[in-house]
Ligand binder design. Structure first.
Ligand SMILES: Nc1nc2c(c(=O)[nH]1)N[C@H]1C(S)=C(S)[C@@H](COP(=O)(O)O)O[C@H]1N2
Ligand SMILES: [Mo]
Length: 160
């Protein structure tokens, strides 16, 4: 699991491929210990999404950020301007890489999120098993459930 990589690509000056050790080595100023302080019900230590974007350097025409989880084919695409200040990349829990059972090895957690389906930055956008962050001009792939029935079915599958 320590070899798992998070890809950052699309409309960026410097595409990235980041591992646990890369996140752990980032400066204290961008580390966010214990995200449960900001995101109720979520757990682990993170770095800010902004610090990752600072390394990748989105091009001026990048307007959207898409969070890809190929493990279960779940994808969320939101306006870059909305997510950049509130996104946290959780990579560690109790001094170990974030377990897949907790949505690891990498999980996006929003500092502030609304109830499911009430805004772009809702609980559903807290993407587990995150393996790729893609910057694009237009909105990218978004597989969040649209109806209450689809949403209930997804949660039933998640917690099965
Ligand atoms: N990869 C992936 N991430 C996901 C989901 C999913 O099905 N797959 N479900 C989303 C939905 S709909 C919600 S409400 C939250 C639930 O997060 P929790 O299990 O920490 O409460 O995870 C989100 N992240
Ligand atoms: Mo959700």
């Amino acid at each position: 699991m320590n070899d798992a990589v998070l890809i950052v690509d699309g409309l960026v000056e410097a595409p990235l491929s980041l591992k646990f050790a890369d996140f752990a080595a980032m400066p204290d100023s961008v580390q966010v210990a214990d995200v449960s302080r900001f995101a109720s019900g979520k757990a682990g230590d993170a770095v800010t999404l902004e610090s990752i974007l600072a390394l990748a350097r989105p091009l001026p025409e990048a307007n959207h950020l898409t969070l890809h989880a190929n493990r279960d084919d779940f994808h969320v695409s939101v306006p870059l301007a909305d997510i950049r200040a509130v996104g946290l990349l959780v990579y560690r829990l109790a001094d170990a890489p974030l377990d897949v059972k907790k949505g690891g090895p990498f999980r996006l957690v929003l500092k502030d999120f609304t109830a499911c389906k009430t805004s772009e930055l809702d609980d559903c956008a807290n993407v587990k098993f995150l393996d790729r962050i893609e910057l694009s001009q237009r909105k990218g792939r978004d597989t969040r459930p649209l109806t209450a029935e689809e949403h209930a079915a997804l949660h039933a599958k998640e917690h099965a």
